[in-house]
Every structure is written in structure tokens, then in C-alpha cells.
Design a protein around this ligand. Structure first.
Ligand SMILES: *[C@@H]1O[C@H](CO)[C@@H](O)[C@H](O)[C@H]1NC(C)=O
Ligand SMILES: *[C@@H]1O[C@H](CO)[C@@H](O)[C@H](O)[C@H]1NC(C)=O
Ligand SMILES: *[C@@H]1O[C@H](CO)[C@@H](O)[C@H](O)[C@H]1NC(C)=O
Length: 974
């Protein structure tokens, strides 16, 4: 509190602490004419910084001067002011207190320009305060009271010549210097203030804590002191460390009064030579409360008059432990004999009553010249009254005095007006339960049941819930008056449906600040978060300014399962100290039905709130490396990472290199892939992509990253593509069309990319690319694992390269039938091999009726037909056999070939068979697919022509290699 920010300072200023009324102009009473000879009294000079004229100082000063003038209407005195910190030091010397008060008062309303001007100079903290003190001493008569009202800066304190002048003047004039300072502005030279004030029998007063009633009442006493009769008796200024201080002084001459200025942070006890004691109690407000945080040592001023002090040795005992400041001043009246008697005076006046003056003086509480006295309306506000200044009370005027009606919780004490009652000091003063903890406050007290007890403090009972574990781990113990119950929070909870809690609710400036920031400072009890779906508190740190609050709260730990029951989990704030600032613990439970309930507590403050996210979490969602999981509309999904492809300013179609697809040329499938995230970045719309055949659209697939993929077969016409055969290789060509705009109905800005796949001519490619009635395909699915395509064809010769493509095949009787079967499907190694289980021929397409000639039975050739030759069966994904052409008896001129084929899993079976074999086939009847080729017609044999038999077969076709894969980077045609 030594320094306050300027904002805080202004708030304090405008807030008018200690009953200050804020920018009030004095309301001086007019000086009445009195029928008495004026005599000279103690003068008053005020030194102040210009800005402080806007303070309430003159408001209090006005009341103090009204009070003293009312009591001593025949006393005149000099009032002077020295205003510092403006172009020319402004000095006023007058006998008229109204002129004086005007000289130390400014009103914000009237002088606001000056207010700002002075405010600027104030913050410079460069006041020549010592010079002000010197000027005050110079212009004041002897034995004046000098009040220095300041923010504390005294830049000229080490001007030794000036300081020496000040000490000389103090010695010469015997004036008392009082520093009244605030600690909010500049750094205060308290030691210098204490030195000067102590030496001059004044005080250094910290106004931050001052009791204004005491202060201005002391000023009244000081100003009522008669001139030229003072004796300086004792000055103490010492640091008290062990709570005790003792001193002694002698009153050597008969005096009319002692004026004791004491420090209320101490209890003071004076004993006179006759054993009488004068006790001044420690101030109950300020000693403990205010001084606990103040680093200043200054006193709280309070002055007392002791009438007719005994001559002899006096003893002072003080209790307290700060810097003790005590001054004892003695004085006598000038004319002790007087020339009046009480009968001459008004009934409310006495002769020679105060200060030794022999004249009628109105009693305390009355105003007038002694011949006529009237009651002072202390409560009216124009005078000082202690009720008003100490607060917590109302003022009630009485004839000759006033009383303070204390607010509830306060009691009246003569010295301090209304003081707080410490209700906790005695059980009879409070209504707390005997076991409760009583805490005293100013004007009130509270009762709190101790740990282990339940109640409102006025009534406390043992809390069974805190005695062992009366409930199961699935239940919460709830205490109520007289009993307790075990509650399952899964059935007793409050549902919160706050969409603003979502982790995706990130602050944006378009939302009004006060509509967006939320605060959970009133949440307490068991809660379930629900939106359209159940929600849960996120288990990861949430960025600040999300979840509809400045400081989001998340859970540092994982959610429990149903069987865990109620568990404790740590909650964290993402705040000034990082992700887990101010961790705290709450109870969490998972309920049957898969939702969680949380025992939430109030947040520490605002703006803090519990976050929620869908309990469909990203945990377990496996995204491609170029993607990340996000919850969108409560559903987790993979989305392209924003940081990827930060290529500057790519326009669709402009950056050729970015659009080169990956082409995989497989025998079964050709795949053309584009990076999905790149397409998104380039603002293409994959839903509008197509190949030459518009119905061949792109699909989204994922492998090492996510792709937009076209799949076609290397067959003529597949997806609108075409096949070219140059005798050495076959080339499949097609075009994909990317579109950047599509609304689902039309597309624009189509961008074509051509690609091709070339294959060397061999059995597989020829089979797969041929358009022929002598090539047939079937799809099969093996054990639900993978889809394969089996293609069977009839080849022209033993090289098994060229399938017949003509619409009809006529063979002479010596020709051979070459049958090849190829399996295509997923790339990579597979445990499967092709098995041709049964192959046979029929004269009609119907495989089940009419005559039938067996070629392979249970994988083995018909041992009666020596022309049958099986090159491969059950060892790879291909199968080949051949036999000589034949003709069915009975007038049939054509044959159809049927094969029951299937895939055999080599990891679990023996698939190959050495023939002849007695065992049954490795494949059951339900594991095979029927395929049919035909018809093959036999040429009519010419007369006299002798048929020649060929040995058949013989070419070495590689059998292990099923696919020729290649990645082609295509040229762009635009
Ligand atoms: C005090 O005097 C010294 C020189 O003796 C000077 O450097 C310093 O600035 C002075 N301090 C102030 C606050 O004027
Ligand atoms: C007080 O003493 C001073 C000189 O010491 C003198 O000028 C002044 O008049 C005296 N005042 C009174 C009220 O006697
Ligand atoms: C008070 O007076 C007595 C007797 O004259 C003397 O012994 C004593 O030291 C004096 N005390 C002080 C504090 O001056």
C-alpha cells in the first residue's frame, strides 16, 4: 500500500475515506459581533501542495474553527496559508477565517482546469516542502501551530542551509510543526518529518489512517492554548520494541493545564506525584487492523488536557510496539487573578474557566461571549463531533453536549465514541453453538461449525458423513439436520445444457465480450453435461479464451469406468501459470448408460468455466499422418491438417507439378490417386471428379495418407478408357477430370489429366484386357477377407499369351485347346493359390445335363486321356491345362468347357496334389465357382487328310509373377 497506481489513487480520492465528503466548499458560520475586547490567540498557518486544495481538508478545518470560535469569540488570531507547487508560491495572511478557508479551498466543479494542471505537477513529486515550512515559520507569530498538508515529497530536504534556517526559526519562534501526509503519491521522507515535528513539539501524522475527529479536536485544543505562557515539558520519540516504555518528567511550576499529545497506537498511563493516574487507552480500531499492513511508523494523534497538574515528579508508562511519540506542554493563563466572578457570567459560562483567562467563558458545548451562551448544535455538521468522524453511529444533540447513538454491534466509549463490540470475547455476547468457531468483525460476528460438524454455526451437530464411510463407494453421503442420506449421483444430479461450454467455442471479436464470457462461480453439486449428445470434461489442456470463458477448466486425468465408483480427479485452469494453474479436486462418477456426473464446485472467480466436449472423443480415432481428428457437430472425424501444403497462392490448375497423381498399374486394377488434403488446399471438389465415363467417380481411401482415388480395370472400355496393342505391349489410356466448382447440380472449370498404363504382352494381361466370348470372369470373396477376380480364357497356342478374340472359334481335329485361369485381386502377398477342382466339357452351355467328358477331377487329369497336360494347378494364382480337340458323339458339333475353380489357403491347407491321387480335393463343393467357355467348333475334316497330333504346351511362362506394377508420372496435356 506504500504506492498506489494513479487510478486507485483517484478512486480513493473520490471515494472520500473516513467520512470525507468530497470536494466540499467550507460552509463557514458568519462571525457574530461580541461584546468583548478581542485578545490575541494562537495563530494557525497551513502549508499545502496546490492539488490538495481539492481535498476535504478545509471542510474539516472549517468545523474545527467554528467550534473553537464559538467557544472563544473574543479571541482573534492570525490565519495564514502557503500554497506550494504553483508558478508563484501563494501566501495569504489574514485574521478572517473565511478568507483563510477560501485560500486553501478549490472546488472541482469551478476549477477543473486547475485540477488537471495541479494533478500534473503533483505527480512530479518535486515539492519544495522545506521551503514552505520555512516560509510558514517566517510569516507566523511566535508559538503558532503550523500544519503541513502534503503527499510527502520534500525534494529540498538536503538543502543544508535551508534546513538550518528552519531549525533556527523553530528555536526562535517556538512554533509547533505538524506534518499531515498521505502515502499514496510520492515517497515520504518520514524520518525528516519526525525530526522536525518532534523537535518542535509537533507530530508526523499519516493521514491514511487518521481519525479525523481526534485530529481536529487536537487542533482545537492547540488553538485554545493561551499565548506566551507555554512550557515544553516532555518530548518522546522512540522506537519501542518490547511493548513497554517508561519515562519520567517534572512539573516544576504551578500550571493551569498540561496539554498531552499522545499516540493512540499506544496505551498511555500518567501518574502524578499524588498517585493520581490519567489513562489513555490504545485505539481499538487502528492499532491492530490498519497498522497490520501499514509500513509507516507515524502516530495517531490524540490530545488531552489535564487541569491543574500537581507539581512534582510524574511517571509515564506506555504499552505498544511501534515508534512512540508523546509531547507534554504546560501553560498558564496570563491573568490568573481575573476580574470576573461567576455571577457576572451567563449560567452556562464560568469565570476563568479555561486557559486561566479571567473572563466569562461559555462552558464546553456552548457558544457565546460568556454574557450570553447558547447550545452548540454539534450534530448540525458545522462543528466537530466525534460520532460523525468515527462513523458507525448517529449523533444526538443534547443541551451543552451531544451523544452518539451507536449502530448495532458497537458500544459507546467516552474516548473513542462508538467502538466495535467483540462478541466473541464472551459467550454471553454471541449466539454461536458452544462448539462453533466465533469470528469477530467490525459491527458483527460470524459462527462456523468446526470440521466434523454440520450446521449454520448457531446450531452444530456431528456430521456422520465425515465419520468413516457411512455410504458405499458408489454413493455420496449427504448430511441434513438430524440425519444423513446416501445418494447415488447417477440418479440425483442436475443436467447442464450449455452449448457455450464446447471446446470449439473459441472467442472471436464478432461476439460481444459480455455475451461470450461465462463464469461458473455459482456451480455447486452433482452435474451431468448434456447437449444433443452427452458431453464430458476434456482430458487435455484447452486453450485460453475457449469454452465461452477466459480461463477454461479441464480434467487432468482419465474418466472412470462404471466399476470404479466415485473417484477423485484433478481439475486444472489454463491460466497465468500455464495449463495446470490452481489445480483442485472434484469427484467424478461414470453412470450406467455411459455418461459421467461431476461434483462441481464454484470457480475461484471470473471468468472461469468448466469445458465440455462430446464424449464421442478423438481418442481411438486413427487419422492419416496428414490429417488430425476433430469433433465436428459432436462427431469425431479426420480433417486435413491446416499446416500442410502451405504453398503460397496456388490457384487451381496453375501449378502443374502439384497435380501429378500417383498411378499404380495393376493387372486387376489401375489406381490413380491424388492427395486428398492437397485437393482441398487447391479448392478442388473431389465429389465432382470423374473419368471419361462419367459414372466412374473418385473414392476417398486411406493408406500412408488420405487420397482421392480412381479405380479402373485395364480393359478396353473400362471407365471409358481404351486399349492399344502394338504387338509388344498393351497400353490402357484414360482421362480424369478434376473440377473446382460443384454445387451438386452443375460443375465448372474442369481440368483434364490424361494417364496411361503399359503392360508387356503375356497371358494375364491378354486375358484381362481381351474383349472376347472366350474370356470369362467371376468375382469371389474369400472368407470375407478379400475380393478376387478369376478370369478364364481359351488361348491360341501353347505360349498362353493370346486369347481367342474372334467371335467364333473353329479348330481342326488335331488342334489343342489351351485353357488358362488367372486370379487378380488385392496386391501384396497372399496365402492363396488357385485350384482348378473339376473341369469337364459338355456339348451344350448347360453344365449339368447331357453327355459330359471329365478333364480334371479333384484336381487330377483324366488318366485315360493322354492328351491332357496340366502345367499349373494349386501352386500359384494361375492355372493352365491343355488337351486335344474332340467331338462328342451323337451329332454334336461344339463343345463347352466348364471349370469349378476356387482359392485355397496355403496357410491352413495342403493345396497342391500329386496325381494320381486318392484323396479328395482341397476345396469343398461350396468353395468353388463355376466358369464356362465356349462354344468351340471343330472344322469339318477334309477327305484324305490325315490328322496330326501335336505334343502341345512347352513355352515357359513365368508363373510366380502376377502383377506388373509401375508408377507412371503422366504428362499433362494442357
Ligand atoms: C541531495 O544532495 C545530493 C548532493 O549532496 C544530490 O545529489 C541529491 O540529488 C540531493 N537529493 C535531492 C532529493 O535533492
Ligand atoms: C507574546 O510575546 C511576544 C514576544 O515574545 C509579544 O510580541 C507578544 O505581544 C506576546 N503576546 C501576548 C498575547 O502577550
Ligand atoms: C525531577 O526533580 C527531581 C528533584 O529536583 C530530580 O531529582 C529529578 O532528576 C528530576 N527528574 C527529571 C526527569 O528531570
Amino acid at each position: 500500500m506504500r504506492r498506489m497506481s494513479s487510478l486507485l489513487f483517484l478512486l480513493v480520492l473520490l471515494g472520500a475515506p473516513h467520512g470525507m465528503a468530497g470536494f466540499t466548499t467550507p460552509t463557514s458560520l458568519s462571525t457574530e459581533a461580541h461584546d468583548c475586547t478581542q485578545r490575541e490567540g494562537t495563530s494557525l498557518t497551513v502549508v499545502m501542495e496546490a492539488f490538495m486544495m481539492f481535498f476535504d481538508f478545509s471542510f474539516f478545518m472549517d468545523r474545527a474553527l467554528n467550534s473553537i470560535s464559538a467557544r472563544f469569540p473574543c479571541v482573534s488570531r492570525q490565519y495564514a496559508s502557503v500554497i506550494l507547487d504553483i508558478a508563484e508560491t501563494n501566501e495569504t495572511i489574514t485574521n478572517d477565517k473565511n478568507v483563510f478557508l477560501q485560500s486553501i479551498t478549490k472546488s472541482f466543479d469551478e476549477d477543473y482546469a486547475m485540477f488537471y494542471e495541479y494533478l500534473d505537477t503533483l505527480w512530479d513529486c518535486d515539492q519544495s516542502l522545506l521551503y514552505g515550512v520555512k516560509r510558514a515559520l517566517e510569516i507566523s507569530p511566535a508559538e503558532s501551530i503550523i500544519v503541513v498538508y502534503t503527499f510527502g515529497s520534500m525534494t529540498d530536504y538536503n538543502d543544508t542551509e535551508l534546513m538550518s534556517d528552519v531549525y533556527t526559526l523553530m528555536e526562535e519562534k517556538k512554533s509547533q510543526v505538524y506534518f499531515m501526509w498521505y502515502s499514496w503519491g510520492c515517497s515520504v521522507l518520514e524520518d525528516v518529518f519526525i525530526n522536525i515535528s518532534s523537535l518542535s513539539y509537533g507530530e508526523s501524522i499519516n493521514m491514511d489512517n487518521e481519525d479525523y475527529y481526534k485530529l481536529f479536536h487536537s487542533l482545537e485544543l492547540l488553538l485554545s492554548k493561551p499565548l506566551n505562557s507555554s512550557e515544553r515539558i516532555l518530548t518522546v520519540n522512540t522506537k519501542v520494541t518490547d511493548d513497554k516504555y517508561a519515562d519520567a518528567f517534572n512539573v516544576t511550576n504551578p500550571l493551569t493545564h498540561l496539554l498531552i499529545s499522545g499516540d493512540e497506537t499506544f496505551a498511555l498511563n500518567f501518574s502524578d506525584p499524588n498517585g493520581n493516574t490519567y489513562k489513555y487507552a490504545k485505539n481499538p480500531y487502528f492499532s491492530d487492523y490498519y497498522y497490520s499492513w501499514s509500513s509507516y511508523d507515524s502516530s495517531i494523534l490524540s490530545s488531552h488536557l489535564v487541569k491543574s497538574p500537581a507539581v512534582g515528579s510524574w511517571i509515564l508508562n506506555a504499552r505498544g510496539s511501534r515508534t512512540l511519540s508523546v509531547h507534554v506542554l504546560g501553560f498558564t493563563g496570563l491573568d490568573k487573578s481575573g476580574n470576573c466572578s461567576n455571577v457576572d457570567c451567563h449560567p452556562d459560562a464560568t469565570c476563568s474557566e479555561f486557559g486561566g483567562y479571567g473572563e466569562c467563558t461559555c462552558k464546553e458545548g456552548f457558544a457565546g461571549d460568556g454574557k450570553s451562551c447558547s447550545d452548540i448544535e454539534e450534530c448540525a455538521g458545522a462543528y466537530t463531533n466525534k460520532c460523525y468522524y468515527t462513523g458507525f453511529s448517529s449523533c444526538v444533540n443534547t443541551i451543552g453536549s451531544y451523544t452518539c447513538g451507536c449502530d448495532p454491534g458497537f458500544e459507546y466509549k467516552e474516548e473513542f465514541a462508538c467502538v466495535d463490540i467483540d462478541e466473541c470475547a464472551d459467550r454471553s455476547l454471541n449466539e454461536c453453538d458452544p462448539v462453533a468457531i466465533c469470528t469477530n468483525y467490525y459491527g458483527s460476528y460470524t459462527c462456523t461449525c468446526p470440521n466434523g460438524y454440520y450446521g449454520d454455526g448457531y446450531h452444530c451437530e456431528i456430521n456422520e458423513c465425515q465419520q468413516g464411510t457411512p455410504c458405499g463407494s458408489n454413493e455420496e453421503c449427504i448430511k441434513s439436520i438430524g440425519s444423513y442420506s446416501c445418494i447415488d449421483p447417477c440418479s440425483a444430479h442436475t443436467v447442464l445444457n450449455d452449448p457455450w461450454r464446447s471446446t470449439s467455442n473459441i472467442y472471436n471479436a464478432d461476439v460481444d465480450w459480455y455475451d461470450w464470457y461465462h463464469c461458473d462461480y455459482r456451480l455447486s453439486g452433482w452435474f451431468r453435461f448434456k447437449g444433443e449428445y452427452d458431453q464430458q470434461i476434456p482430458e487435455q489442456c484447452v486453450p485460453r479464451a475457449s469454452c465461452g470463458s477466459s480461463i477454461p477448466i479441464w480434467m487432468n486425468g482419465s474418466h472412470p469406468t462404471v466399476s470404479d465408483g466415485i473417484v477423485k480427479r484433478t481439475m486444472c485452469h489454463n491460466w497465468y501459470d500455464g495449463c495446470c494453474t490452481h489445480p483442485f479436486s472434484i469427484s467424478v462418477k461414470m453412470c450406467p448408460g455411459g455418461f459421467h456426473v461431476y461434483h462441481l464446485t464454484n470457480t475461484l472467480g471470473c471468468y472461469m468455466a468448466y469445458c465440455t466436449e462430446s464424449n464421442h472423443t478423438c481418442s481411438g480415432v486413427d487419422c492419416a499422418p496428414d490429417e488430425e481428428c476433430k469433433i465436428v457437430d459432436n462427431v469425431p472425424g479426420c480433417y486435413c491438417k491446416k499446416s500442410l501444403y502451405t504453398t503460397n497462392g496456388i490457384q487451381p490448375g496453375n501449378q502443374a507439378g502439384d497435380l501429378i497423381p500417383q498411378v499404380t498399374c495393376g493387372l486387376g486394377n489401375i489406381e490413380v490417386r491424388f492427395s486428398k488434403c492437397l485437393m482441398e488446399k487447391l479448392e478442388y471438389s473431389p465429389s465432382a471428379f470423374h473419368m471419361r465415363d462419367y459414372s466412374c467417380r473418385a473414392i476417398t481411401e486411406r493408406s500412408d495418407q488420405s487420397y482421392v482415388t480412381f479405380i479402373t480395370r485395364p480393359a478396353n472400355g473400362s471407365c471409358g478408357g481404351s486399349i492399344a496393342n502394338n504387338g509388344n505391349e498393351i497400353t490402357y489410356t484414360n482421362t480424369v477430370y478434376l473440377a473446382s466448382q460443384s454445387d451438386g447440380v452443375i460443375i465448372r472449370d474442369e481440368y483434364p489429366i490424361d494417364f496411361h498404363c503399359s503392360y508387356p504382352l503375356n497371358m494375364e494381361i491378354n486375358l484381362l484386357t481381351a474383349i472376347s466370348t472366350f474370356v470369362v470372369s467371376a468375382s469371389i470373396n474369400v472368407a470375407g477377407k478379400a475380393n478376387f477376380t478369376i478370369t478364364m480364357g481359351l488361348f491360341e497356342d501353347s505360349r498362353y499369351i493370346a486369347p481367342y478374340t474372334a467371335s467364333q472359334v473353329f479348330l481342326n481335329s488335331s488342334a489343342m485347346l489351351y485353357v488358362g485361369v488367372v486370379v487378380t485381386g488385392p496386391s501384396g502377398s497372399s496365402p492363396f493359390v488357385l485350384i482348378m477342382k473339376n473341369c469337364y466339357a459338355t456339348p451344350t452351355p448347360d453344365s449339368s445335363s447331357g453327355p459330359r467328358y471329365n478333364i480334371l477331377t479333384n484336381q487330377c487329369p483324366n488318366k485315360n486321356d493322354q492328351t491332357i497336360s496340366v502345367l499349373e494347378n494349386g501352386v500359384s494364382l494361375k492355372g493352365r491345362f491343355s488337351l486335344q480337340v474332340f467331338k462328342f458323339l451323337g451329332g454334336f458339333d461344339q463343345i463347352y468347357l466348364h471349370c469349378q475353380v476356387g482359392l485355397c489357403d496355403t496357410s491352413s491347407k495342403v493345396c497342391a496334389t500329386s496325381c494320381p491321387s486318392t484323396r479328395s480335393s482341397s476345396l469343398g463343393n461350396n468353395e468353388v465357382t463355376n466358369m464356362t467357355l465356349g462354344p468351340v467348333k471343330q472344322k469339318v475334316a477334309e477327305s484324305f487328310t490325315v490328322a496330326a497330333l501335336s505334343s502341345g504346351g512347352g513355352t515357359a511362362v513365368p508363373t510366380a509373377k502376377i502383377f506388373i506394377s509401375a508408377i507412371f508420372f503422366l504428362l499433362l496435356l494442357c
